[in-house]
Design a protein around this ligand. Sequence first.
Ligand SMILES: NC(=O)c1ccc[n+]([C@@H]2O[C@H](COP(=O)([O-])OP(=O)(O)OC[C@H]3O[C@@H](n4cnc5c(N)ncnc54)[C@H](O)[C@@H]3O)[C@@H](O)[C@H]2O)c1
Length: 381
Amino acid sequence: MTERRKLRMGLVGGGPGAFIGPVHRIAAELDGRIELVAGAFSQSPERSREAGVKFGIDPARAYANYQEMIAAESKRTDGIDFIVITTPNHLHLPVALAALEAAIPVMSDKPATATYEEALALEAAVKKSGLPYGLTHTYAGYAMVREARAMCAAGKFGAIRKVAVEYFQGWLSKPLETTGHKQAAWRSDPARSGKGGAIGDIGTHAFHLLEYISGLEVTAINATLRTVVPGRRLDDDCNAFVRMNNGAEGTLACSQVAAGELNEMRMRIYGETGSLEWRQQDPNRLIVKWLDGPEEIHHAAAGYLSKDALAVARVPSGHPEGYLEAFAILYREFADALTAWKDGNRNPLPATLPGIVAGVRGMRFIERVIESNSREGWVEF
Ligand SMILES: NC(=O)c1ccc[n+]([C@@H]2O[C@H](COP(=O)([O-])OP(=O)(O)OC[C@H]3O[C@@H](n4cnc5c(N)ncnc54)[C@H](O)[C@@H]3O)[C@@H](O)[C@H]2O)c1
């Protein structure tokens, strides 16, 4: 058995002013299984060094770029155990390929790559390397998402007939990208975001959550894509019908021009005898409705939940857990998988942790939505 010590993480992105990189750092360290030891935190070497000082790592390990980090860390006896990718989308593939090539496992933010073709190339590289690859579809880490998934898997509502998922934000209601806003700028630039705008940024989360909770797969899509804000170069609004592999149908909508909305992600799944509803802005409650019974509210960490939901609860019911803690569940599962992999388990990733299969499906979703929109009709997934 491998020695038990904290796993060493190298972060790409997450420098001054970044959104999600710092979230990864906090989440990774939350359960005491992982420590940040190295990084290429910015495309600017000075800013990378600045971030290294702020994070309290050895200044020699705050690298000028990810290539330098991978080369230097590969030579150290105490080098990084895995790399985390938190850059804009166009760098996800090259960083992941460079890490896998150097036999370094990967935890990447979504979407997996910038295009579907890139996702297939990444899938091939992950398979060839045999290394663990995790993808941070954050919402998969919430206890009540695990509960909803367990309920669907147990057939609590009978056959699933109808689904409805939406992810609405309003922050891109104005052309923020023309004002120098860092996050808006790359998200609306096809060279850095890839083919998808809102569908890549938040549509992939909605799509992933739909399949993750329902246990079903999308088999066909009929979508319209719009760019509501004049001059914007990628989509900012999408409305789609989806057909699932059991014959259920429903809707998937995402928008970044839903003025006034923050992160309104809502999932509803309807079976023969009842239904569930989960909202990410009220994540510790799951609403369950019955055809012939009263409406129920199920609370995170309550003793009556499934073992899958209880396994990811850290504090007693009524003490809220949120975004950071959900993110940290994915890191805890990744740390377990990495430890098992070091102990010789060649297939250590649990089904609960999104990986390369989810990554490829997410990129396929973007590609199929664009195709459906241009054909103005249904396309097979
Ligand atoms: N899982 C989630 O819920 C979630 C939420 C937000 C963003 N994301 C994803 O995270 C990624 C980053 O999004 P963000 O909003 O944090 O963007 P951001 O612009 O805030 O941060 C990107 C960071 O990458 C750095 N960077 C750019 N090029 C680099 C390079 N060559 N080397 C090293 N660092 C480099 C930038 O300096 C910056 O620090 C995107 O892929 C996005 O889709 C995921």
